[in-house]
Design a binder for this molecule. Structure first.
Ligand code: ADP
Ligand code: MG
Length: 370
């Protein structure tokens, strides 16, 4: 049986490698929207607009008023020999924008420990060019006009064209997964990503209250999400999730003594009057929108044990930890993170929620008895 020749091992072509990797980073239209919005947040924007067509398969367009992207690297900003050389040879930022592993956010591995920006790998834009058609329009401050460039498979199409532009950057992805037949079919056969996209924009909107977010379908007159900039957290929740959610919330805060596991949490949780069929959980850890299944389950347990009518809660929670206690690089979509002392943190949050719910329930019964 061992007579068969072993198969030849070949090196994959770079294009194949890149497309496979891109398919992991951009798993669905929702992942593209999240990456683009996070780029806009990283660019210091105060206004971010999302437009979507066909659940994102036909078009995703994210526009912001952030710092923009330079066409030409400014020699006086160069801080390394390498950058000075780039500036000298008139290498530019726009041409390498969508190459894999080009980023303005990380320069050495150690930076990952203290990274504050959402991005760090320089993979998002590149990935999008391997699975869709990307057009970037951008203008930096004090410029008279902007530039527009198109990208395919990591490479810029032709010289950036001068064009009219308002402040910031607009990234447009067309025909997502045009070259991944199986992926496109599965996505077309299932419910489209638009509700998920609306949902994630709502989540960003209630955390980043200094940024105004809007999200609408292409061609629609009305936005499905529209948040004001510089509103209070509760106002933001009211405008995005509605009065019925906002009026049934309790403010919750936990701060740990700095000597031990040192974490802080603040947020809003629904009270016993709130009724819903499904848990809504919006979790930010060090300002990153993430999921934590263990924490979610732990909270559901507290609610069903404490509240008589076992309704599912609404939870908004922002947890701050020392950056070195969070590993952000464990998941291709960065959707999951791992925490140091996760069990302890979860227990503390559980008991804080439990006492909050008991207190509010007791004071309510007390008021009702009076
Ligand atoms: P990363 O965010 O990990 O750095 P990306 O591929 O998402 O990688 O983006 C590459 C670079 O392009 C960023 O580091 C940033 O300098 C620039 N960039 C992307 N989007 C924007 C934007 N909306 N505004 C300004 N710069 C941007
Ligand atoms: Mg990014």
């Amino acid at each position: 049986p061992l007579e068969r020749e072993p198969p030849v091992i070949r090196r994959l072509e770079e294009e194949v490698v890149n497309r496979i990797a891109a398919g992991e980073v951009i798993q669905r239209p929702l992942s593209a929207v999240k990456e683009l919005v996070e780029n806009s947040i990283d660019a210091g924007s105060t206004s971010i607009t999302v437009v979507v067509k066909d659940g994102g398969l036909k078009l995703i367009q994210v526009s912001d008023d952030g710092h923009g992207i330079r066409r030409i690297l400014n020699a006086s900003l160069a801080c390394s020999v390498d950058e000075r050389l780039r500036a000298f040879y008139m290498y530019e930022d726009l041409p390498i924008l969508c190459e894999r592993h080009t980023t303005s956010k990380l320069s050495k591995y150690e930076d990952l420990q203290s990274i504050k920006s959402m991005g760090f790998r320089g993979e998002a834009l590149a990935s999008m060019t391997y699975v869709g058609h990307v057009t970037v329009t951008t203008i930096t401050k004090d410029q008279l006009h902007g530039y527009r460039a198109t990208y395919k498979d990591g490479v810029m199409g032709c010289e950036p064209k001068a064009c009219a532009a308002v402040k910031g950057t607009q990234v447009m992805i067309e025909d997502l997964f045009y070259n991944m037949a199986a992926r496109k079919k599965t996505l077309q056969n299932s419910a489209d990503d638009y509700p998920k996209i609306v949902d994630i924009i709502c989540q960003f909107a209630i955390h980043h209250t200094s940024i105004s977010f809007s999200c609408r379908k292409h061609g629609a007159a009305r936005a499905d999400v529209q948040s004001a900039s510089k509103s209070s957290r509760l106002d933001a929740i009211r405008s995005v999730y509605g009065v019925s959610v906002a009026q049934n919330l309790l403010k919750i805060e936990v701060s740990d003594d700095p000597s031990s596991s040192s974490f802080e949490m603040d947020g809003f949780i629904s009270n016993s009057n709130y009724i819903a069929k499904k848990i809504a959980m919006v979790l930010f850890i060090n300002d990153r929108l993430v999921e934590c299944g263990a924490l979610k389950r732990a909270i559901e347990i507290v609610y069903s044990a404490t509240l008589p009518k076992a309704s599912k809660p609404f939870i908004y929670m922002s947890i701050k930890l020392p950056p070195e206690h969070v590993d952000v690089n464990v998941h291709p979509t960065k959707r999951e993170v791992t925490l140091l002392n996760q069990e302890i943190i979860i227990e503390k949050i559980q008991s804080a929620i439990e006492s909050k719910l008991r207190n509010s329930n007791e004071s309510r019964t007390f008021r009702e008895q009076k």
